[in-house]
Each structure stands twice: as C-alpha cells, then as structure tokens.
Design a binder for this molecule. Structure first.
Ligand SMILES: Cc1cc2nc3c(=O)[nH]c(=O)nc-3n(C[C@H](O)[C@H](O)[C@H](O)COP(=O)(O)OP(=O)(O)OC[C@H]3O[C@@H](n4cnc5c(N)ncnc54)[C@H](O)[C@@H]3O)c2cc1C
Ligand code: FES
Length: 1347
C-alpha cells in the first residue's frame, strides 16, 4: 500500500484481520520530522483505522517476499519448521521483520522480545525462536556458551560454543557466522551440516524496500472523511484540534485506537464523530526540565520508553526513581504492536481501574495539563487556549470517569524527578507475565529522612476497586514511623488489609488473592527500599531480600532436539523435510477459508445466539432487523427444509433452537445481509423474549441435582472390595480440572454455495470432519449426500474443536443459502467462537485407594465426572478415553472406574487434543502425588514401584507389548540428571525463603485408535498424469500437523517418485467418501496406509514398464503405461486390524498400540505472587520410526506447550448467570513466547525394535500423546508449593519475629488445575495469604466460576 487513501469510508485497515492474536501484524513506517528519522513499527492491522495511515508506509507479509523468492526472514521460519498451521505466521514474520528494519543486528534478547504480543497455538515457539535467532548479531552475543549456575547450557541448535563438541543428530547452528556447528562461513548461504542441508539466504539490510521519498517531504494536511455512520477528522495542530472539540464536544479523540478499537468491536459502542490526534505534533513533544519531564500526552508508549531511558541517562540517578518505575511497568505493558501505537493519554483518560500507568502517576504527584479552547476553569490562559494543570489524584473521579470537561483534552503530562531520599517502585501481577492486563498493580513511593523515618508516602493500587486508589489509612499509619522496624511492617500489612477490603463476590473475583498481592507488594517494597538504604547487610538476609525484591527473570530460551534418522534404504520416509506449505504460509500465499475470493452474489451470515443458559423461547421478533437496508433474511427453526435435529453420536441438538434454549451461545437464528457489518448490526436488533428456567453450570451442581447424560461407563478389573480389605492404608481425595479453550487461531468459518442446478451445494468449511458436515447438511436440507460436496484446503488449527462443533455454523448458513439461493459466508469473531464452540471437558475425580506398606497399589475405586454441557456431542467417547487412561502408566490389579457425564447448561464440550485422556491421567498423577505425600515416601519411588512392565495388562485387559516406558524412564532419569538435580532443588529450597524450586517427573502412555471401531478406516485416491505428476487425495485434513507432508513422503517412497512431482490439492468428499474425522492422532496411520495402498497398486501396474525401460523417467514410464491402456488411477483403503473392544465384557483390544513418553520439569516459584517460570524441561517420547522427525518434534513441542497452558494459565470461567467470562484473548491466556521452558530438551527414544508394531513404516501417532506431559509443570509447581509449606518459616522465624509459624506444614497439597498464579499463591499458605483470606458469607455468589 502506498500513502494515498482513496476510500472515503471509515473502516479498518483490512489487512489480514486475524482476531487479536497479532497474526495481523504489519509494518508501518513513518518519517519523524522531529528526529529526522524513519521509524518502523509493528502494528496490529485489525486495530489500525485505515484513515490513520495516511502519510505512512505500510508493508504487509505479501510485500516482502513470495514463495519463489522469500525474504530471509520468511525463508528461515519456513525451512527451520517455524510454521505449522501457518495462521499466526504472517504476524510472526512481520514482527521479526520490523525488528530487523530498525535493528539489523539484534541481540538474542531483542529477538525474543520482538515477539511480545504474538501468539502461536501450534509450534510451542521453539522453532520460531531458533529461526529468528539465526539473525542474532555475533558481536552482541558473548559466545555460544552460556553458563547458568554450574550447568553448561547448550544452544537450541546444539551449539555449546565448543568447537570440539560431539555431534548429535540434530538441527545445527545458532546462526552466528563463526558458529561451531557450521562447516561453512555465513557468506552466500548457511549449510546446516547434518540435518537437512539447507541453503539459507544471507540477510542484507541494504536490499530492503525503501521508504517512499515522497513521504519524507510530505506536508501534512488536515483531513476529513465522512463514512456511513461516522465522521473522521484529522487536525494537524493543537488549535485545529481544540476548535473541533469546541464545535463537537461529544467527539471522541482517537489516538492509538487500542482502547476505542476494543470498545467499538466488542462492546459495540458507537462514536459517530472521531478526531484523530496522531498528527498533532504538540501532543508528541518531549521536554527535559529541571524538575522533571514534560511529555505530549499522545506520544506512543514505545517512544515514552525511549524518552524515559534517555531521561535516566540525563538526570542524576536519585532523580530517576519515577522514570525507572514507569519503565519497569511499561516492560510488561501489552505487546510491541500495542506499545507502538498506544499512548499515555489513552491509558489515563480511559481511567481503567487496572491501568498499568495510573498507579505510578497517582503515587508520584504527576501533573496533567488539561487544555481547551474555551474552558471557564482557566488557571493559565494563552494563545486562546485555556489550560489547567491538575495533580493526578484529582483526575479520576469514578469508574472510568475523569474530570475532563467535554471540550477539554489532555495535552501534557509532567513526570517529576524524585528527590534525594525518595524511592519509587512499581509492581504488577497478571495471569501471564507478558502481554496481559494486571490482576493487581501498584505504584509505591516513600520519602525517608536520614534516620529512615517516613516523611511522606503514597501507596497506590490498581485492581482493588472501581478506580486506581490510594491506601490513605495505611499511608497515615506509616508516616513518621521507622522504615526497617519489622513491627511497623507487620502493622502496616494489617492496616492495609483492613483498609483494602474486598468481599467474596467483588467484581473481578479473586478477592483473597488480590488482597494477598497488595500485602505481597508492600512486603516486597519494604525490603526493596530497605536494601537501598542499607538495612540488610548480613549474607542470609541479603539472599532473602534478593528473592523478595527481584521479579522472576527468564533467561533467553534455548534447547536441544535429539532425534532419529531415516532407516537405511528409505529415500523419503523419515526425512525431516519442512512442512509442504511452509513457504506459502510464511509469505501469506496460503489460502484459508476466509481468503477464498468472494463468490458471485455472496452474502454474509451472522448467528443469533441465546443469551440465557436455560429458557423457553416465547417469541422472536426480527422485524426491525429485516427493515435495515442490505439485510436479506432471517432464518430460524421453522425455516429448516429438512431435519432440524443433528448430533455426531446421538441426535440431541437442534440446528436452530425451536422452543427452548439450553445454554448461552446456542444458535437461535441466522441474519443474512450484504456485508458482515450489516449482518452484525442487524442481529443485535432481533428481539427474543425468554421465560427463564433453572439451570446448572458446574459439575458439583450437576452431581447435587443428579443431572447426567444416560451414558455411564464402568470398567472393573479384579476384586476392589477385597483389595481394600487387604490394604495397609486407604486414602481418599478428589481432583478437579478445568476446561480448556481450543484457541485455534483461525476461528470457525464456512462458505456455503448453492449451485444453480439440481439443488447441489458446494461447501467450504473449516472443519476436521467433512463427512459429518456433508451428512448433516444433506439431512438439514432434505437432499441426498451426493448433492453436497464439502472441501477444505487447510485449517488454521483445529485441535479437536473443529471435529463436530464446526457443523452447526455450516448447517445454519446452509439453511439461509437454501432460501436465498445465494452463497453465504461467515467467519466467527473470536468471542462468538469461544461462546459457541465448546471446550475441553472440565473433570472431577473422586477416589479411594488402597496401598500396601511397601508402596504397591492394591486397589483403586475411582469416579470420574466430566462436564458435557448441554448436548451429548462426543462426550461419551471423551469419557471412554478418560476412564481408559486413568491408569496412566501404573499397574493396578484391582480397579473400578465409573464415569458419568454431567448434563449442564454451558456450551457443549467436545473433542480437544487428548480427548479425555489427559483428564484421566491428571487424576491418576494427582493420586500418586497425594498418596506419596500421605505415606511420606518420594513420589518418584512410588511411581517406580507401580510402573507397568512389559507383558502386564491394563485395566481394560490390553496386553502391553513393545512397552518401552521403563527403559525410556530410566534413560530420561539419567540424561536429565534427575537425582542430582533433585538434591540441587532441595538444597536451593532449604536456603531460599520466598523463592522455591520444584522438580517433577511425569510419564505418559496414550492409546492409538478411535475407541469407536468403525471409525478406524480410511480411503485415498491417487492419479498419475501423463507428465509424470501425481495427485494424491486422502481423507485427512491438514490443520498444521504436517499430515499432507507425511503422506507426500509415503507416496514418494511407495512410487519411487521425487517429492516435487507429487501434490495434494485439498480434502474433498468428491475424491474420498465416508471419511472419519481427522482426529485421535491416527490420521497418518490410517490415511498413510490408504495412500500407500493406492500407490502400491499403481507401482505394481507400472512395474513392467519400469523394468522394461531401465533408464526411463517416470514421465516416460507413465506414458508407456498409458498407451498400453493401463489404469493410472487407483484408490486405496485401510482398516485397522486386530482391534475391537467390548466395554460390557471388558474384552478385546481397545488400542492398536501405545505412544509413550516422559518429561522432567523444573520450575521456580515466587511464593509471594504465585508467579513462576519453567527453568528446564527434558522430554523423551517413543514415537516409533517417525515419518518425519522434524514435524513430529514440532508436534511434541507444540503439544507440550498446549498442555502447559491447560494446567497453568488457561482458565475457562463463567459468570454465575451462565455467560462465558473468558471469551477472548483479553482474559483467556494461552502460553506466549516466554512461557515455554527456558531450557527445552526434546528427544525421541532410539535404538529399539518394534516386533509388534504394525503401523505404516513403524511410525506412531504423535499429535495428542505429548500434551499430558505439560502437566510436569503443574507437578513441579506442586513440588515447589510443598517446599514452601514445609521449609518456609522454620528457618527464619527468629530473625523475623513477626512471622507466624505455618501450621499447615503437614497438610497435603491439593491443587486444582489449572495452577494459576491465584491458586498457587493461595496454596502457599503463609501469614500473608491467611491474613488476606476473604471468607464467603451467606448468600454470596462467586463473581465467576469454573464449570
Ligand atoms: C491487546 C491489548 C493489550 C493491552 N494491554 C494493556 C496493559 O498491559 N496495561 C494497560 O494499562 N492497558 C492495556 N491495554 C489498554 C490500552 O492499550 C491502553 O489503555 C492504551 O494506553 C490506550 O491508548 P490509545 O492511544 O490506544 O487510546 P485510544 O483507544 O486511542 O483512546 C482511549 C481513550 O482516550 C481518549 N484520549 C486519547 N487521547 C486523548 C487526549 N489527548 N485527551 C483526551 N482524551 C484522549 C480517547 O478519546 C479514548 O476515550 C491493552 C489494550 C489491548 C488492545
Ligand atoms: S503455526 Fe502458529 S498458530 Fe498454527
């Protein structure tokens, strides 16, 4: 795009709009005339108003390279496996590109930080970081070697900086010119010398796109646009701005649009007159005065950071306390894309109670200049402007309310220098450290006299009420008292907790935790300042102070991948080639559903969703919506031409609710209009009258009310009752696990195209299950399946969420398309998607276990309850997997497991990577941990005593063959240095009071096969064309997991044809009929065999021609066969042999084989905040002989990180009224770049035989099995909490007389999953958390809850 704006409508910059994951990142460059420099910034396109980019240069992913000629950034991310589904990839490429444009020689740290704000749900980030770090400057990296503690760290590419190191089979090189892993110099290309041999382009900054010279000389002009519903002004100086504000007092000022963008998009607020302030230079000024810094209120936060850094250098160090505090908070303020546009004014004027800047401004007497052209409240008037300078404490007057008058703007901010004995600190705790809003934050300031008596103090907090507030009583208490007197601290903590009360139902929830944080911040501040004034001099206390005052910092992440090699004699299978679409994904050429060009006459559909969890529908009135221009129709249950009922197993759902709704988000109707905006506006005008009925949200309520689906399951092996009689100990307990949102980056999307003839329908659906889509559509429309073709090229992630829950959207669109006879498309907004589409099942396990004295499990009685939501969907199959995986890796001779699915009024929960397996295994690992603690033996000992051995049978009577777990377990124990590190962790814990480390070893086994026998089949169709090219079609959907890539390798191997002659175009019901969903990790197994079957037939047919013409090309062979009238098309079929299990009889083989593995994770925990970081994970998996090791390593790492999210930060919560609270990235957090292990060592189990494994090329399914290993982080956290409870207070009790002895030392840690900072903190029972505890009063409801 160039600088010209031709559109006169106000709309967003519609470049790659990807739903707030920063996948829409673009580079915006502008010439800053004040510094005479071109400034390049990564920006979220979806938040940038189109009009705001006049005069700026925009570069999108398409602008920097193509798959034929990729930019080095694109090429390295593609070839080094940094793209799986590819939906996040453009944003990731552009973030790195933006960094290189500003800084062609970045350090590794700068590289890691450049991805702040980008999310990826597939890769687990490690390969992206590896690819990115190949750009790291040699001079800024000290050496390949990085010493941490006494341990030598190895670079992610195996580089330990030592040229003599032994080579492992892994991706080599850290990207530095002189890297020890490279044979060649980094001249024209880099060769990764062992696996595989890539030629990577050299990065030459001088070859970058130039900034258009015309934009350097551009003279800004005022602009005015009139849109359909909005007027947009762009003044270019303060006078114009103030005049506009005088004429249009209701006008909304727009700056970075990061707050307004959210308000208009999600809260649907309307601002008909908008004034863009980005060209008003006076609002971007900066002046370093004697007493402080004056900035224009609308400088970007990134620029503010630079100015503050500059200020820290210009002023004396004691004067910079405020600047440093703001800087420390800005570091955790959103991501780069937001900081590059957002402004202090936007933050201040929004007045959010959890603003990160306002507590510091409030605590430090920052001054705001409010300016208008005709204000009567004048204190300083010049040049026809009225200015009043007010202290920040008078500015906020209520929840998001300020004293700004309608005509006033915030012009300047004066940030004062600190005085000699003045100290300022800022604190923030969020669910995720990077790019997350605060739960509680604080700006704390104190002025001390020479004897350390408090002269002045301000304690400002965000997140403790409707506004940023000061703890004035606590301030008064401490004034005049001595800093360092521990009794003063104790009383201060008591006073502040007395003052800052929250009741149990307080908005925002987490009342106890928030109060704990307030006290924790004070506690940290006290010691931080104590250190600065020299109070803690002895060695012991300085160690404690350090851990108290420093936030947990991460090292730059690094890792090692060690994996197998292709078998001898194989040319393609086993090769670690990059994902077949990688180059298209990194260049923006890959087509996702919403990229398909508009069909002729296409309309847009928006769903009308229930707002009640359970209610009768009394009436639906769409008249007002239908009267809107551009609205084409409204459709509901009465308009369904065929069957309104559907369901993947039981038909218990309606496409459109007819008389009753059973959850918030259930589909009631469909509005169809010319555009998305019109449809979304119109749907809000449809009125639905409900009669509310009683409802159930949680598992506990469902158990209370006995609300279950009638699909109970039970497996019994042995005599459990007798086992309890013989047991030496019996323990019981329960384990609770929350749900998990799929958070695929591409939300659900469909395009339904009615054909002019014969009532045929063509459907493009972002689904994992084309056949289900086809069958349901034909039933809903009352036509035969042979009239419906469903196709999909690729998904931007699925993870099970598009297995069945994609069907309702497509079915609803089809009804509209049927009536209007026009194509209809819809791509759900993120919030709609999260509300509608269901999640991983929350689960509860209630257990009783009998143990022998020597640690053997004698018997287990376990009830598993899952929350199925309002319809049955796949819940019964999910439950099957939960109860068949609840043994995890332990032999339990006597076992009784009952499973029940709770019927509740939340969205219908569904398949999610692991499909119930992780929930079952989590319950078992909880049992193992709690039993070990109860018996007082090490959990590792207990685990080893009970680990399955080869030849034993599971509780569903499956014989364990090729059972390598015991060996793998021992091997990992050795390679991870487990015993030594156990001691190191214990001694660290013994000498640290507020920081603890935790170490956990977790094994896993995962059964491969659909539990429903009939699904274990697959088909393929392979055509060979006369030019020797091959087209492969199969029944699997490519959703990033590399399925197509692996199947291309199988086809190439079987046909002995070069890979580049083989192509997979799409997955379609016209080429392969009756496919199973792409799920259960078996798609490569079953589709691979089907493809191989077809290819073998073709190879057999071509064999005579090959033999006849020894040196002929494949093309010549094909032509010879063709002229001989040989059929060059073949279909293939496969059904998994040997399996077939009966729950009734507990007989037959359930799974074809098992994938197994184990992980060891070490974490560090801040007991005062609940914050943690993953120090190191060692993970090993037995994945057989991989079809493509690089792709499988990607699955392992991505699965692991998704598992980490599931059991740490991903918390799905509902309001008590049944509305989903966590309905967007704002309050649902998936792991980001800096949530992965700092040191991540992944290997595949090698050097073994598989006498029983009969899969294709002896490979194993790997999509789901690694996910559960993410729980090693959960159990490491639990280990650290235990250490916190056990060792904590004894050692330092005398020194800190005010401390209360922990009376919970012997209490068993029962930690629900996910282990959020809140749960962690509250589990670390100590005097602060106890004092902060808010008890629930009669009738008080939680603000939000886990279903
Ligand atoms: C993904 C994401 C992450 C975020 N993370 C954080 C975070 O970590 N911490 C945090 O505190 N906030 C966060 N925010 C909130 C938001 O980014 C900040 O509040 C930001 O500072 C707003 O600035 P803006 O320039 O984009 O404001 P805009 O959206 O342009 O405007 C916000 C408000 O300020 C008014 N305004 C702007 N300039 C002036 C002026 N000169 N005079 C009078 N009124 C004015 C506007 O009229 C509007 O009412 C986040 C937002 C997003 C979308
Ligand atoms: S590759 Fe990043 S979201 Fe799929």
């Amino acid at each position: 795009m160039t600088n010209e704006i031709t559109s006169n409508s106000i709309k967003e910059l519609e470049v790659n709009h990807k739903n707030f994951s920063s996948a829409c990142t673009v580079l915006i460059s502008l010439y800053d005339s004040t510094i005479r420099k071109i400034v390049n910034s990564s920006v979220n396109a979806c938040l940038a108003p189109l009009c705001s980019i006049d005069g700026k240069h925009v570069i999108t992913i398409e602008g920097i390279g193509s798959s034929h000629n990729p930019h080095p950034v694109q090429e390295r991310i593609a070839l080094l496996h940094g793209s799986q589904c590819g939906f996040c990839t453009p944003g990731i490429v552009m973030s790195l590109y933006a960094l290189l444009r500003n800084n062609p020689e970045p350090s590794k740290k700068e590289i890691e930080e450049c991805f702040d704000g980008n999310l990826c749900r597939c890769t687990g980030y490690r390969p992206i970081l590896d690819a990115a770090k190949t750009f790291a400057s040699v001079s800024k990296s000290i050496s390949c070697e990085n010493e941490i503690g006494d341990e030598k760290r190895v670079d992610s590419n195996g580089c330990d900086g030592n040229n003599t190191q032994e080579k492992t089979s892994q991706n080599k090189g850290c990207g530095r010119e002189n890297c020890c892993q490279l044979n060649n110099r980094f001249e024209d290309f880099v060769i990764f010398d062992e696996f595989p041999k890539y030629k990577l382009k050299r990065y030459d900054p001088s070859q970058e796109l130039i900034f258009p010279p015309s934009l350097i000389n551009r003279v800004p002009k005022p602009l005015f646009f009139i849109g359909r519903k909005t007027k947009w002004f762009r003044p270019i100086n303060l006078d114009q701005l103030l005049d506009l504000k005088r004429v249009y007092p209701n006008a909304k000022l727009v700056s970075g649009n990061t707050e307004i963008g959210i308000e208009t998009k999600f809260k649907k607020l309307k601002y008909p007159i908008q004034i863009y302030v980005g060209e008003v230079k006076a609002l971007q000024s900066c002046e370093f005065g004697d007493n402080g810094l004056t900035i224009g209120a609308n400088i970007t936060l990134s620029k503010f950071q630079q100015v503050l850094q500059d200020a820290c250098k210009r002023y004396k160090s004691h004067q910079t306390q405020v600047f440093q505090a703001i800087l420390s908070n800005l570091r955790w303020f959103a991501g780069n894309q937001i900081r590059n546009v957002a402004t202090p004014a936007g933050n201040i004027v929004t007045g959010s109670p959890i603003s990160d800047l306002n507590p510091i401004f409030l605590a430090t007497n920052t001054l705001f200049t409010l300016t208008s052209s005709s204000s009567s409240a004048t204190t300083d008037s010049n040049n026809n402007k009225n200015r009043r300078v007010i202290p920040s404490e008078s500015f906020w007057i209520g929840y998001r309310k300020t004293i700004l008058t309608e005509q006033e703007i915030l012009e300047q901010i004066f940030v004062p220098c600190s005085a000699e004995n003045e100290f300022v600190s800022a604190y923030k705790q969020a669910k995720r450290r990077d790019d997350d809003i605060a739960i509680v934050n604080a700006g704390l300031r104190v002025v001390l006299d020479k004897e350390h008596f408090v002269q002045d103090i301000s304690l400002a907090f965000g997140g403790m009420g409707g506004v940023t507030l000061r703890a004035t009583q606590a301030e008064s208490f401490v004034k005049g008292r001595k800093w360092g007197d521990e009794k003063v601290l104790q009383n201060l903590l008591e006073t502040i907790l007395q003052e800052l009360q929250l009741n149990f139902s307080a908005p925002g929830g987490m009342a106890s935790y928030r109060r704990s944080l307030v006290a924790g911040f004070i506690y940290k501040f006290w010691h931080d300042i104590g250190t600065k004034i020299g109070l803690y001099t002895n060695k012991n206390s300085s160690c404690i102070i350090e851990e108290l005052t420093e936030i947990i910092e991460r090292e730059i992440s690094q890792g090692v991948q060690s994996f197998g090699r292709p078998e001898d004699g194989k040319n393609h299978v086993g090769e670690s080639i990059p994902h077949a679409s990688a180059l298209k994904q990194v260049t923006g050429e890959a087509v996702y559903l919403d990229d398909i060009p508009k069909a002729h006459g296409e309309l847009y559909g928006t769903l009308l969703l229930s707002q009640e969890p359970h209610a009768k529908i009394l009436s639906i009135d769409a008249c007002e919506a239908l009267a809107q221009p551009g609205v084409r129709g409204f459709f509901s249950a009465k308009d369904v031409p065929g069957e309104n009922k559907w369901g993947p197993i039981f038909h218990d759902e309606e496409v459109f609710a007819s008389t009753e709704v059973y959850c918030v988000g259930q589909i009631i109707g469909l509005i169809v209009a010319d555009t998305q905006t019109l449809a979304q506006e119109a749907v809000r005008l449809v009125k639905v009258e409900y009669e509310r009925l009683s409802y159930i949200l949680t598992i506990e309520e469902a158990i209370d009310k006995q609300s279950f689906f009638s699909m109970d399951r039970q497996i019994v092996r042995g005599d459990v009752d007798n086992a309890f009689k013989e047991a030496d100990y019996i323990f019981e307990g329960s384990s609770r696990i929350g749900g998990q949102e799929h958070f695929y980056l591409e939300t659900q999307a469909s395009l339904v195209i009615p054909k002019p003839e014969d009532h045929e329908f063509e459907v493009h659906a972002s689904t994992q299950h084309l056949t289900e889509t086809q069958i349901v559509l034909s039933s809903v429309l009352g036509i035969r399946a042979n009239k419906v073709v469903c196709r999909v090229k690729r998904l931007g992630g699925g993870f099970g969420g598009k297995e069945t829950r994609s069907v309702p959207l497509t079915a609803a669109l089809a009804v509209g398309a049927w009536h209007l006879n026009r194509p209809i498309r819809c791509m759900l907004d993120r919030d709609e998607d999260m509300v509608i589409s269901g999640q991983r099942h929350p689960a509860l396990g209630r257990w009783r276990i009998g143990m022998s004295k020597d640690g053997k499990i004698k018997g287990l009685d376990l009830d598993i309850y899952t929350n199925g939501g309002w319809s049955s969907d796949l819940s019964s199959a999910v439950l099957d997997r939960a109860i068949t995986h609840a043994d995890n890796c332990y032999y339990i001779a006597n076992m009784r497991i009952r499973g029940k699915i709770c019927k509740t009024n939340i969205h219908s929960n569904t398949a999610f990577r692991g499909f119930g397996g992780p929930q079952g295994m989590m319950i078992m690992e909880n049992i193992i941990n709690e039993v070990a603690d109860s018996m007082g033996i090490s959990v590792d000992t207990l685990r080893e005593i009970n680990l399955y051995k080869e030849g034993q049978k599971t509780h569903y009577n499956q014989l364990l063959t090729d059972w390598h777990l015991p060996q793998l377990y021992q091997q990992l124990k050795q390679t991870s240095d487990f015993e030594k590190r156990r001691h190191q962790v214990d001694s660290y814990n013994a000498s640290h009071k507020w920081r603890k480390r935790g170490l956990a070893f977790v094994p896993t086994k995962f059964g491969l096969s659909y539990t429903a026998l009939h699904l274990n089949q697959a088909g393929a169709l392979v055509h060979v064309y006369l030019d020797g090219s091959v087209l492969v079609s199969h029944g699997g959907v490519e959703m990033g997991q590399g399925l197509h890539t692996k199947l291309l390798q199988i086809a190439a191997e079987t046909l002995s044809v070069p890979l580049d002659q083989i192509h997979i175009m799409e997955t379609s019901t016209t080429t392969v009929a009756n496919m199973s969903a792409t799920a259960a990790s078996v798609s490569s197994d079953i589709n691979g065999y089907a493809v191989a079957d077809a290819c073998q037939k073709l190879a057999e047919r071509l064999r005579p021609y090959r033999e006849k013409t020894q040196n002929a090309t494949f093309k010549e062979i094909c032509q010879a066969a063709y002229f001989d009238r040989v059929n060059l098309s073949a279909n293939g079929f496969y059904k998994t042999p040997d399996i077939g299990y009966s729950f009734e009889k507990n007989e037959g083989q359930m799974f074809y084989y098992f994938t197994m593995g184990a992980a060891v994770t070490e974490i560090e925990l801040d007991l005062l905040t609940g914050d943690h970081t993953i120090l190191r994970t060692d993970l090993c998996m037995d994945i057989g002989r991989s079809l493509n090791y690089a792709i499988d390593i990607g699955q392992i790492e991505g699965g692991f990180v998704q598992g980490v999210g599931w059991c740490t930060i991903e918390e799905s919560l509902f309001f008590p009224n049944g509305q989903l609270f966590t309905r967007g990235p704002g309050n649902y957090k998936i792991p980001g770049f800096r949530d992965i292990p700092q040191d991540f060592r992944v290997s595949t189990y090698q050097g073994t035989q598989y006498p029983h494994l009969k899969t294709i090329h002896s490979s194993k399914g790997v999509g789901e099995p690694p996910l559960f290993l993410g729980s090693s982080v959960f159990f490491a956290i639990r280990d650290a909490i235990k250490a916190g409870r056990q060792v904590n207070f004894n050692k330092y009790h005398n020194q800190y007389g005010y401390l209360v002895q922990a009376n919970s030392i012997n209490e068993i840690v029962t930690l629900s999953s996910p282990a959020t900072p809140e749960r962690i903190r509250m589990a670390c029972i100590d005097h602060i958390s106890k004092a902060a505890l808010v008890s629930r009063k009669e009738g008080e409801k939680p603000w939000n809850l886990m279903a």
